[in-house]
Structures are given as C-alpha cells and as structure tokens.
Design a binder for this molecule. Structure first.
Ligand code: ATP
Ligand code: MG
Length: 187
C-alpha cells in the first residue's frame, strides 16, 4: 500500500490537489479538516469542542485526529493506498502515524509539500472565504493564528521527514494545473 502525505501551510491548495491525486492513483483521500467540519456540521459533542479550537486557529488534540486516521485505515478497502491531507500536523502525530503503519509492516511512501509564502496564504484564504463559507476563513485574526500554528507546530515536520529521506517539495504559487503536474512528476 502507498501512504502519501500531502503537506503545506493552510490555504496551500492541498484539498484541490488531493482530489486529482486520489483519482489518478486510486487512493483514499483522508482530510482531517473535512472530517472535523463534518462533525461540526452534524452537531456532535466532538464537533462542538473542535469548532471552538478551529475558529481560534488552534489545533484539535492529537488523540482526536489520530483516532480518525486509525479507524479509516482499518475500514477502507479496495484502494491502492491512502492520501493524508492535513495529517500529521504535529511531531506527536507523525510519530503516532509511524507506529500505526509499523504495526502493519507499512511505512510512509513520501511527503509531498506544497509551498507558498505567508502573504499568499492570507490572500488565498480570504478569496475562498466568500465561496466556501468556512468560519475559520472569515476572520483575519484566525488566519494569522493558523499561520503561527503552522510555523510553530507543523513546520518542524519538514526536518522530521527530510531526516527519513521522505520529503519532496513543489512550488505552490503556480496555476492549479502547474502544481498538479509538478506533484504527479514526484509520485
Ligand atoms: P488547506 O486549505 O491547505 O486544505 P487548511 O489548514 O486551511 O488547509 P484544514 O486542513 O481543512 O484547513 O484544517 C482546518 C482546521 O482543522 C485546522 O486549522 C485545525 O484546527 C483542524 N485540524 C485539521 N487537521 C488537524 C490535525 N491533523 N491536527 C489537529 N488539528 C487539525
Ligand atoms: Mg483542506
């Protein structure tokens, strides 16, 4: 099985690119952000707790997203692999993922990182706020806090995966088609 990680700052275009990658390579696309938004939409207890954190630009607890990933790995059949979008986002999540895969004698195939500068993050997220109506896209304060969270908690994963020879990066500032082709050439 393939286990790809799609990495990058908020608004880098992970969700957009994930759809094309999953289709071309018969992968199950798991977006922790989308799973959390589904919980919020359904009004579950988990959704209520997550909403408060997400709308503050903070991460939800590691155990919550780790559980979501483990349950999908166990239940999804008939695919050639998984495409993780928005997970792992902390070192603890990366270590938990390695342990989970190790139990099945599997490992991360590669990490594909879509990079854009901070200024473009704000621009892109503000652009999609009107179209998608996400609460965490609506306020500039929340967007800024998400960028800070990315730099402090998620960016250290670059070194983690570089040290394991798994890290690959594409320039995310081009068109959707250019970024997609750059990603396909690395898979
Ligand atoms: P993109 O626009 O590139 O798809 P994003 O950062 O805008 O990325 P999501 O990945 O959808 O958006 O995540 C939305 C929010 O959900 C995050 O800001 C965070 O609060 C929460 N979240 C998602 N994944 C995780 C995770 N792995 N660990 C903790 N919190 C998470
Ligand atoms: Mg997303």
């Amino acid at each position: 099985m393939k286990y790809y990680i799609l990495f990058g700052p908020p608004g880098a275009g992970k969700g957009t690119q994930a759809t094309a990658m999953a289709e071309k390579y018969n992968l199950c696309h798991i977006s922790t952000g989308e799973l959390l938004r589904a919980e919020i939409h359904a009004g579950t207890e988990l959704g209520k707790q997550a909403a408060a954190l997400i709308n503050d630009g903070k991460l939800v607890p590691d155990s919550v997203v780790e559980g979501m990933i483990a349950s999908r790995f166990a239940s999804v059949k008939g695919v050639d692999g998984f495409l993780l979008d928005g997970f792992p986002r902390t070192l603890e999540q990366a270590e938990a993922l390695d342990e989970l895969l190790d139990e099945d004698a599997e490992m991360v195939t590669s990490v594909i990182s879509i990079m854009i500068p901070d200024g473009m993050i704000v621009e892109r997220i503000q652009g999609r706020a009107a179209k998608e109506g996400r609460a965490d896209d609506a306020s500039l304060d929340t967007i800024r806090h998400r960028i800070e969270t990315y730099h402090s908690q998620t960016e250290p994963l670059i070194a983690y995966y570089k040290a394991r020879g798994k890290y690959k990066e594409v320039d995310g500032t081009g068109t959707i088609g250019q970024v997609r082709d750059a990603i396909f050439s690395l898979m």
